[in-house]
Write a protein that binds this ligand. Structure first.
Ligand code: NAP
Length: 344
């Protein structure tokens, strides 16, 4: 069955990735593209500052950009992907849910709300059923589902793979690409030949979202994982791909070989856009690297390398493509999970 979908914020860095990933998708076809008032009425080609390596797909370039309001979206759309600034998402996404749309969103608003599923299909697909609680509490016919921040989703699958060893603490330093801040996010004069050791709000997102994602859902609420998570986030002048250095304390003190095996064997999920295996482990100590490895498995897998032991635990590096696995690809997978579970 094919579902007609909309993209809210379709002209931005993440919105463009949605357009790219949905081109030729078996289960979803694009029925609406929305953006801000300054783009409304323009063709998609005029409104989007297209930055991707592939051209704007056929049939999309001449589509008219619609207002980001439920009444502007055609009735046959039953799922909308949202890549709006969080201040806009906070205002607009509930209107869509109230109007009966299921919203699979990238924006950070609402990610920590008790009745909002924050989901990575390979890690915590069962949390999706929080939708029942949400509908009871909010009286919506639609629903709101979130994927985590791009830096969080790079690390959390690796922590999920390590949880069998008793995850007690994870400490992470990130090296994040400029596309993570959106098209207008970081001025070139600030980032070329430089590194910025602060990304507003990012540390807190990693520290909280990780624990919610790894938590237990009992059918009514999610109990957050008890591990301590601490993050330090840095912007560097790469285009795409967030690289992260993780130190994990594990109660069972496994060997690096056992850790690498657990990551390699971590199960994938049977959804159309899912990578064959979620975590790709490199043996070489100088991998993964953003330019070489961000497109592993179509940009949907997590690349890991440099697994070693330290005095206190295990150290490794992980990498994900921030606008694919970290954003549009993550929402798309949640959309596929929603379809698979009959929520749309
Ligand atoms: P972006 O490049 O700045 O794009 C923002 C989009 O939202 C554009 O389509 C823009 O339309 C639209 N928009 C802005 N203000 C609006 C308004 N008042 N009403 C309706 N539409 C409006 O940002 P982005 O990087 O794609 O990020 C989008 C969201 O995804 C953010 O919440 C971000 O935190 C999240 N996210 C981003 C990444 C990443 O790697 N970039 C990763 C994970 C999550 P116009 O073109 O008309 O201005």
């Amino acid at each position: 069955m094919t579902h007609t979908v909309g993209i809210l914020g379709a002209t931005g860095a993440v919105g463009q990735r949605f357009v790219q990933l949905l081109d030729g998708h078996d289960g979803f076809e694009i029925g609406a593209l929305t953006a801000s008032e300054s783009s409304v009425g323009e063709s998609y080609r005029e409104a989007a500052k297209w930055t991707l390596e592939t051209p704007i797909p056929d049939g999309i370039a001449d589509r008219e950009v619609l207002p980001t309001r439920p009444e502007a979206v055609p009735d046959d759309v039953d799922l909308v992907f949202s890549s709006l600034p969080s201040s806009v998402g906070e205002r607009v996404e509930p209107d869509f849910c109230e109007a009966g749309y299921v919203v699979s969103s990238n924006s950070s608003n609402g990610r920590l709300d008790d009745d909002v599923p924050l989901t990575i299909p390979e890690v915590n697909p069962d949390h999706l059923d929080l939708i029942e609680v949400q509908r009871d509490e909010r009286g919506w016919d639609g629903a709101l589902v979130k994927n985590p921040n791009c830096s969080t989703i790079t690390m959390v699958p690796t922590l999920a793979a390590l949880d069998e060893f008793g995850l007690e603490r994870a400490s992470v330093a990130t090296l994040q690409a400029v596309s993570g801040a959106g098209y207008d996010g970081v001025p070139s004069m600030a980032i070329v030949d430089n590194a910025i050791p602060h990304i507003g709000g990012e540390e807190a997102k990693m520290e909280t979202e990780s624990r919610k994602l790894l938590g237990e859902f009992d059918g009514a609420e999610v109990s957050w994982h008890g591990a301590r998570v601490e993050a330090s986030c840095n912007r560097i002048p790469t285009l795409d791909g967030h690289l992260e250095n993780v130190f994990a304390d594990l109660a069972d003190e496994p060997s690096p070989a056992a850790v690498a095996r657990a990551m390699r064997d971590y199960p994938g999920v049977d959804l159309p856009s899912a990578p064959e295996s979620l975590i790709r482990v490199f043996e070489e100590p100088d991998r993964p690297q953003p330019r070489l490895d961000r497109n592993v498995d179509g940009g949907m897998a997590i690349a890991v390398g440099g697994v070693t032991d330290t005095d206190g635990g295990i150290r490794y590096n992980c990498l994900a493509h921030n606008t694919l696995r970290g954003a549009a690809g993550a929402s798309l997978l949640n959309g596929e999970l929603l379809a698979d579970r009959g929520y749309i």
